[in-house]
Design a protein around this ligand. Structure first.
Ligand code: SF4
Ligand code: SF4
Length: 444
């Protein structure tokens, strides 16, 4: 079986958040394979843990992927400040005699946005509406490359490494079966400090907020990497609860200072994205049509609204609202492959993470000292059939079936983009519907 088939069979998807199926991404030819190891969102520590502790598997997965896509260069883009991780990577590269380069990124947000990473490593701007492959690059990330290494040994994706941070008694990195409840993850970190809390799922800039009401329904997927517990009355929770109506109303307070555009990372690499213009569209009730298609270029990094805007209003959310309305009308950005030039002043406008963390009121959890790593075993898992970009997986088991860890329980619908799903614990299937499959270890 070739590597692509092994990756597909193992159900590897982009572990950095998006969940794009890796067997599709690596079925390409490119000059560069770039591993995004920036971990640029505030507070996160999972990739650093993996680089320190699984560097050999990581480099192994990179070498396999590099060969697969025929890349001349394999580059790990990692922040220069992650000294221990870099030392571990150098050691693994030496031991394997690998020709893998380490590119030390500056400490800025969003260094890990894939188009920023491509620009930093190659000096090339991905064209507006394009993908890194348009400039000869395939970008993947740390956990995905380890998944590729495992796939080549016949090991499917059945567990995740997740940082449990913030207001928990024992912040730590844990390893849990895919489908483990968030509640079990919090318990593995000693429980929450207070009973009135919310959770940031992923990073504080781009992750979602999970409230206590949502908690019983939340389970770890292949794309999870961090849960950060914050007080229920934290600024980020309040901000996440704004309705669309409130966001559009607040847009009327825009003073057209243009700071959001001047600081927008996509604008700065040369894209024609101007969030202040989108604010004007809303403020003055202009039509949402092809003339707004630049909103589709927004990567939702949040720099404009969480850092740049002096009015504390919501240019990112406005972009998202406009982009959704455009997609509903079938409007797409007309891909422009002309040579894009980064704008002057880009270097000076990179966002300092320390200032960002202060502005987000997160400094009390920055650089949390971690308790020892814990591998967590659970009795019940609920595996989503929608853990990836593409079509939902088709269940291949019924209630009452006994399954062993690693058995295929969900497959890719014929001819569709999707991912294979495996049992993450051994047990009996206790529930199956269009959204998920539940397995219990102790069910009769
Ligand atoms: S969220 Fe704001 S800063 Fe980020 S890409 Fe979109 S418009 Fe630009
Ligand atoms: S930074 Fe804020 S106030 Fe200034 S143009 Fe952008 S949205 Fe309007």
């Amino acid at each position: 079986m070739d590597l692509i088939a092994q990756i597909q069979q193992a159900g590897v998807v982009g572990a950095g958040g998006a969940g794009f199926p890796t067997h599709v991404k690596l079925n390409a030819q490119a000059e560069y394979l770039i591993i995004n190891a920036a971990e640029c969102e505030p507070l996160l520590q999972t990739d650093q843990y993996l680089m320190k502790n699984q560097a050999l598997q990581l480099i192994g997965g990179i070498l396999m992927s590099q060969k697969q896509i025929g890349a001349e260069k394999a580059v790990i883009a990692v922040k220069g400040k992650y000294k221990e991780a870099i030392a571990s990577l150098h050691d693994a590269i030496t031991r394997l005699g690998a020709s893998v380069e380490i590119f030390e990124l500056q400490n800025f947000y969003p260094a890990g946005d894939e188009q920023m990473t491509v620009f930093e490593v190659t000096g090339r701007s991905v064209p507006p509406g394009g993908i890194p492959l348009n400039v000869g690059c395939v970008v993947s990330n740390v956990a995905t490359m380890i998944g590729v290494f495992d796939a080549a040994q016949g090991i499917p994706v059945t567990y995740k490494y997740v940082s449990i941070l913030g207001e928990v008694r024992e912040p730590r990195v844990i390893r849990v079966p895919v489908g483990t409840s968030f509640e079990e993850c919090l318990a593995a970190a000693g429980g929450t400090v207070s009973s009135d809390f919310a959770i940031i799922r992923g990073g504080p800039m781009m992750g979602g907020i999970v409230t206590k009401d949502d908690l019983p329904r939340m389970n770890i997927t292949k794309t999870d990497g961090a849960l950060i517990v914050i007080p229920a009355d934290h600024y980020l929770v309040e901000r996440s609860q704004l309705t669309e109506e409130q966001i559009l109303m607040r847009a009327k307070a825009c003073i057209q200072c243009g700071f959001c555009t001047q600081q927008c990372p996509r604008y700065l690499i040369g894209h024609d994205l101007h969030p202040h213009k989108m604010m004007n569209v809303i403020k003055y009730g202009m039509p949402i049509d092809e003339s707004c298609s630049e909103a589709l270029l927004c990567c939702a990094c949040g720099v404009c609204e969480m850092y740049a805007c002096p009015m504390g209003i919501d240019p990112r959310q406005v972009n998202i609202i406009i982009a959704n309305k455009l997609r509903a009308q079938g409007i797409r950005y007309q891909h422009d492959s002309s040579n894009i030039i980064a704008r002057e002043g880009r270097e000076d406008r990179k966002v300092d993470p320390y200032k960002l963390i202060n502005r987000l009121d997160l400094s009390r959890w920055d650089h949390q000292e971690l308790h020892e790593f814990k591998a967590v075993d659970v009795d019940t898992v609920t595996l989503s059939l929608w853990q990836h970009i593409g079509a939902g997986s088709e269940p291949q088991v019924r209630v009452g079936d006994r399954v062993e860890t690693g058995k295929v329980i969900g497959t890719i619908p014929e001819g569709k983009l999707g991912s294979t799903i495996h049992a993450s614990i051994s047990g009996v299937v206790t529930a199956v519907d269009n959204d998920s499959i539940t397995i219990s270890r102790n069910a009769a």
